[in-house]
Design a protein around this ligand. Structure first.
Ligand SMILES: Cc1cc2nc3c(=O)[nH]c(=O)nc-3n(C[C@H](O)[C@H](O)[C@H](O)COP(=O)(O)O)c2cc1C
Ligand code: SF4
Ligand code: SF4
Length: 253
């Protein structure tokens, strides 16, 4: 079973690419989290968690999901993290999260995909993004072959600086994450798509305008998925390209 969480489509794409090789069942964690589903998940094939990297670790919303749900069937777990550049020492924390749940940890793979953190950085335009995704595809298919054969993933190099990023910087990041900086411009037409896209149900539409609450994980789905590009974050996002991956991986490779 491949379970994916995705803010702006990269990890969904990665999960679909893996699924095109393994043929495993694909489950969208955004939906399960949004609907507060607490059902046990059963799979006779390994559990494969696919997610973006947030501050050099698996998103807390995903590790909390793994911690709180019951998994039956296969005892093997893989973690695949998409990222803009690197996943730091996320492997250490992914291993702990899986082993605390009783899984045999079969490794973590990092996959460089287009940067989506528009509240901090520039995101790539379509031509550049397409090239990055095209480079990622063979890597994803190779990861999928390991998963299909139920082999451990090759280990990735971790440097001392990675340990700092995934520990100290990750903790600092989560202290500062908040939806407080989001606001809408006059382009907002009250369509409600941002509220639909928010897996944490952190957006309410009141008098045809979105209002953000306090439960935000900075996934960037609302700001990048707004069809009117009517959402801004502080003074950081004006004039920036909104990145949202809607591509589907080729099935005949
Ligand atoms: C809150 C946040 C934190 C991020 N932190 C990292 C990071 O530590 N390292 C990195 O390489 N990319 C980082 N990124 C980039 C994303 O991990 C990357 O673009 C990912 O593919 C997005 O996946 P998605 O489209 O499935 O949401 C971050 C993005 C966000 C929104
Ligand atoms: S998705 Fe955009 S246009 Fe629609 S309600 Fe949200 S901010 Fe307004
Ligand atoms: S409010 Fe926006 S950025 Fe925050 S979790 Fe919801 S969709 Fe993601």
């Amino acid at each position: 079973m491949i379970l994916y969480f995705s803010g702006t489509g990269n990890s969904r794409y990665a999960a679909q690419a893996i699924q095109s090789v393994t043929g495993d069942e694909l489950v969208c964690l955004n939906e399960l989290i949004k609907n507060n589903s607490v059902d046990a998940l059963h799979s006779d094939k390994p559990f494969v968690f696919v997610a973006p990297t947030y501050a050099w670790r698996m998103p807390r919303v995903v590790s909390a999901f793994i911690e709180s749900r019951q998994f039956t069937g296969s005892g093997k777990a893989y973690i695949v993290l998409t990222c803009g550049s690197d996943t730091g020492n996320s492997v250490q924390y992914a291993k702990i999260a899986c082993e605390e749940k009783g899984f045999d940890f079969f490794g973590l793979a990092s996959v460089v995909m287009p940067e989506n953190y528009i509240a901090m950085f520039k995101t790539p335009e379509k031509t550049k993004a397409d090239k990055i995704v095209a480079r990622a595809l063979p890597h994803l298919l190779n990861i999928a072959e390991h998963i299909k054969k139920e082999q451990p993933l090759p280990s990735e190099k971790v440097m001392f600086v990675d340990k700092l990023k995934s520990n100290v910087v990750n903790n600092r990041f989560y202290k500062s994450v908040s939806a407080k900086g989001f606001y809408t411009t006059t382009a907002c037409n009250g369509c409600g798509k941002c509220a639909e896209l928010c897996s944490l149900n952190n957006i309410n539409i009141t008098d045809s305008k979105p209002q953000w609450g306090n439960d935000c994980t900075h996934c960037m789905a609302c700001i990048c998925g707004c069809p009117m590009e009517a959402i801004e974050y502080k003074h950081k996002t004006q004039g920036k390209h909104r990145y949202f991956n809607t591509e589907v991986p080729p099935s005949n490779h």
